[in-house]
Design a protein around this ligand. Structure first.
Ligand code: GLY
Ligand code: MN
Length: 368
């Protein structure tokens, strides 16, 4: 793995040369893990364009030994005092005046501490998304981890569906889901598990409550596991009891929209086109004079990897063109306030000439 991290750092150094930056400050944990393997949650990484200089990680005493064990070819600098003044001091003492930072990752307070500590010795330049751009193109070793994380999430989804009996509470299902993930080797959940019974399924991000499952109810389960650092994210909607033809029709429409969006995923297609594929199908299904797209209140999907939400965004008008190595979710849904909602979500990898669906759980309408 250490070669993988060193290789990524070399790629980033080439990008710094293109951007005419001497050094880049990296303050986002997923980004520094990607570049070094360091899993601690406090620190700052400085990548220098000069090949010999390489990388330095400033962190506190809790993480110094760990950082030494987890990284290779990275200078570990123990901070004295607070992090950002220490990082500023480190930068001011080193060579390379033009330093990039990601304005999306620093708070105003952190930024002013850095400015204060570096004074005129550093010329700060906004350089957003350099590492995020690299992280969008998954390498084979990352895709292998993501396949495993997706299969694990699928197994947990199937186990959770077997728990859906009238009387059970949402938080019991959520707790069992997270237990089952860890039993199967996950380090944890990629996000707080969503369990929504009945009319609560109309809330796209309904976290589990004490609500009990009744007969004849929609159930939305949205879960993701972190395995070997990589996230999965899957949603299924079940029906406990016998569904009306109206609910079946909604489900068919969402499934058709998801199928169309997955079919639109290919190298060279834009994220906006993928989003439109889902939305157009829903627009063709009418309810009370409106297209069902009116009830699809979020974007079609998002990038997935070390974090559950990362680039690219699969949303209306997004021009980003998909390329091999991208992994995205496809998750259209419809939500009828006070009545219920339906969402179906899978994780999809883009390859040169094909699309790979990583999550493997039946999408057929299922009555329990
Ligand atoms: N599955 C949670 C989300 O995509 O926000
Ligand atoms: Mn998602």
């Amino acid at each position: 793995m250490n070669n993988v991290f060193a290789h990524r750092r070399r790629q980033l150094q080439a990008r710094l040369a293109e951007e005419k930056l001497d050094r880049l400050l990296i303050t986002h944990p997923a980004d520094w893990y990607y570049l070094t393997g360091f899993t601690g949650d406090s620190g700052a990484l400085v990548i220098s364009r000069e090949a010999g200089k390489g990388a330095a990680l400033v962190t506190d005493g809790r993480f110094v030994a760990q950082a030494g064990n987890e990284t290779n070819g990275v200078k570990i600098v123990q901070q004295g005092g607070a992090l950002y003044p220490a990082v500023g001091k480190f930068l001011a003492a080193g060579r390379g005046r033009r330093v990039g930072f990601d304005s999306g990752q620093l708070t105003v307070a952190q930024h002013s501490e850095l400015l204060h500590a570096t004074g005129k010795r550093v010329a700060w330049h906004r350089a957003s998304g350099l590492v995020a751009g690299m992280r969008m193109r998954k390498e084979p070793v990352e895709l292998a981890a993501m396949r495993r994380a997706a299969l694990l999430a699928g197994e947990v989804m199937e186990a959770a569906a077997r728990m859906l009996k009238p009387g059970i509470r949402e938080f019991e299902v959520a707790a069992e889901i997270e237990y089952q993930m860890k039993q199967r080797g996950a380090s944890g959940a990629a996000f707080e598990t969503i369990v929504a019974f009945g009319e609560r399924s109309a809330l796209p991000h309904a976290l589990a409550t004490g609500k009990r499952l009744r007969k004849n109810a929609l159930v939305v389960l949205d879960l993701g596991a972190i395995l070997a650092h990589y996230c999965s994210d899957i949603t299924r909607t079940y029906f406990v009891g016998r569904a009306s033809s109206r609910v079946r029709g909604w489900y068919r429409a969402v499934l058709e929209a998801q199928t169309a969006a997955i079919a639109a995923v290919k190298s060279g297609a834009s994220c906006g086109e993928v989003d439109a594929a889902a939305r157009n199908v829903l627009a063709g299904h009418r309810l009370d004079g409106y297209g069902l797209d009116r009830y699809f209140v979020h974007s079609t999907g998002h990038g997935l990897g070390l974090e559950v939400h990362e680039d690219p965004r699969v949303a209306r008008g997004q021009r980003k063109v998909l390329e091999p190595g991208n992994v995205i979710t496809i998750e259209p849904g419809v939500y009828f306030p006070g009545v219920g909602g339906i969402r179906i979500e899978d994780d999809v990898a883009v390859h040169e000439n094909r699309t790979e669906v990583l999550t493997r759980v039946s999408r057929d309408f299922t009555e329990i």
